[in-house]
Design a binder for this molecule. Structure first.
Ligand SMILES: *Cc1c(COP(=O)(O)O)cnc(C)c1O
Length: 521
């Protein structure tokens, strides 16, 4: 009896490999952008996998995100760039977080924070080269530089970077790219006149990292690309592998006659007698409601289109006479192996960008389960083996999964995001993805009850890895938090574990290029 109903699987090795691919293509350092819960992939596991792939910086939007990374023991440089007035920026300074200033007011806050923290604020000065979002306009830039030069002379800030962000780099050759690069170069020259010569000049997002080496400068800031998604039109080959898979087991099938209206509003009618399959993922989980009647879902070896409206908890597929059955696995999107849909296919279907598709699944009720070992400690696990069931079953045309290899919401450890879990090594923490290790390297399955209290399973954990109720509550996802900590997938469990489920395509090499729907994050 399998334990999961719907899940988001995240391939940490893919994130690592994607970062390595990007890094191989540049002489610049790589700042992996892990904002918004790592674009839905989980901020901390994604950050660790990215660092394992050669990223030397992490980028986030908010101070809270940066402080969470620090709290979890990440020591790599971190830049946080989206800062409202009045935040406790001194906490960021004390935690060695780099902060952005794009106006005199923001610079003033950084100076105040430095005084409170008793040390200079590591500062990145942002020039708005055309996006009209963050940063000082070219007109306001000299005044910001003058104030920054003074604050630096006074020991209140340390200008680590000068930076900007592209409008339209996902449309290679777009005139704005060259224009922004010219404005950026000019802004750097002006900075030099004020005696500001930063160690890090940076402007390249994923798209520019992939297409514009002349924009790499000292540091590139890829986000979506580290998760294996391309911001570029489909014809661009990227060699990246999508890390996220969203899938669910059919809960019920039924035969209905021709002319049957399906789901709310009967926005779909069957054209013949047919089998309907109910898939337990809905807009409450991250499936866009706009995917009604257009979202692609793979089931029973074929890609089908959602029949009728997306509900809060489920979607319905019209499967004709195909032999689909309850328990079969429906894949909404994944790496695209065997023609299954990708997040980019979903984005195209509903006129959005793949960024939004994956990010929507962050923080949802769907358990997030990690595959792979990237970013996890190398030491073998020390815990005793758990009593995970060894029964193996065929799952909806995918490779056999051990029943213990997938987990439900009540069997999962909150991710490393939970406060106080930073000392829980993933290899001795709970793990659903790789259920057991034939070499004796055990992977425990910590159970967290829906009430958020760690229950059972403790015999399967080394001391120190137990999760307390307050850890769960502090994780920000509340009781029943549904991340599964990456586990010691390396020690022999690969044949039965996570890789069994998704590994078949890993040797597929370069994946088809992905397309974009427009602007980035
Ligand atoms: C989100 C973001 C990035 C990453 O953008 P991608 O298009 O995902 O590579 C880089 N820099 C800034 C300022 C961002 O907000």
């Amino acid at each position: 009896m399998s334990m999961w109903q719907a899940e988001v699987r995240v391939d940490l090795d893919a994130i690592r490999d994607n970062v390595a691919t990007l890094r191989a293509g540049t002489t610049a350092e790589v700042m992996a952008v892990v904002k918004a819960d790592g674009y839905g992939h989980g901020m901390l596991p994604s950050a660790r996998a990215a660092l394992a792939g050669g990223a030397t910086w992490l980028g986030v939007a908010t101070l809270d995100e940066a402080l969470t990374l620090r709290r979890e023991g990440i020591t790599a440089p971190v830049l946080a760039w989206l800062l409202a007035p009045g935040l406790p920026l001194h906490e960021g300074v004390a935690a060695d977080v780099d902060l952005n200033a794009g106006s005199l007011a923001q610079l003033g806050e950084l100076v105040t924070a430095a005084r409170r923290a008793g040390r200079p604020t590591r500062t990145h000065l942002k020039i708005d080269t055309g996006l009209a979002r963050g940063g000082a306009t070219p007109a306001d830039w000299p005044a910001l530089l003058e104030a920054a030069a003074k604050a630096q002379a006074d020991g209140e800030i340390d200008v680590v970077g000068v930076w900007s962000h592209f409008v339209y780099a996902d449309s290679p050759g777009h005139e704005t790219v060259d224009h922004q690069l010219a404005v950026f170069a000019e802004g750097l020259a002006t900075a030099e006149q004020f005696g500001i010569e930063p160690r890090y000049r940076h402007i390249a997002n994923s798209a520019a990292t992939l297409t514009r080496p002349d924009a790499h400068y000292d540091l590139v800031r890829p986000g979506v690309a580290i998760y294996g998604l391309s911001p570029l039109p489909r014809e661009h080959q990227t060699g990246l592998r999508p890390a996220m898979t969203a899938r669910a087991r059919v809960t019920l099938t039924k035969r209905v006659p021709a002319g049957q209206g399906v789901s709310y509003g009967h926005a779909y009618y069957t054209s013949r007698e047919t089998t309907l399959a109910l898939v337990p993922l809905g807009y409450g989980d991250g499936v866009p409601r706009h995917a009604s009647n257009v979202g692609p879902v793979s089931l029973g070896g074929r890609t089908r289109t959602i029949a009728g409206r997306v509900c809060m908890d489920q979607i319905i597929l019209d499967c004709g006479d195909d032999p689909v059955a309850a328990g079969d696995v429906a894949v909404l999107f994944g790496p695209g192996d065997n023609g299954t849909p990708t997040a980019t296919d979903w984005a195209d279907a509903i006129d959005t960008i793949n960024y939004e598709i994956v990010t929507r699944f962050g923080g949802s009720r769907v358990p997030r389960v990690y595959d792979g070992t990237a970013g996890l400690p190398a030491e073998p696990p020390t815990a005793a083996a758990t009593d995970v069931s060894q029964s193996v079953g065929e799952v909806g045309g995918l490779e056999p999964l051990p029943s213990g290899s997938a987990v439900g919401a009540s069997d999962v450890l909150p991710s490393g995001r939970a406060a106080g879990t930073s000392d829980v090594s993933p290899s001795d923490g709970a793990m659903g993805a790789t259920a057991r290790s034939s070499s004796g390297g055990a992977v425990g399955a910590t159970a967290v009850s829906p009430s958020g209290v760690a229950v059972g399973g403790s015999e399967a954990l080394p001391s120190g890895s137990a999760v307390t109720a307050s850890d769960v509550l502090l994780s920000g996802r509340g009781a029943g938090a549904s991340d599964v900590l990456p586990g010691g997938a390396g020690s022999g469990g690969a044949d039965l574990g996570a890789r069994g489920a998704f590994g078949s395509g890993r040797d597929g090499g370069v994946l088809p290029a992905e397309a974009s729907g427009g602007e980035g994050a």
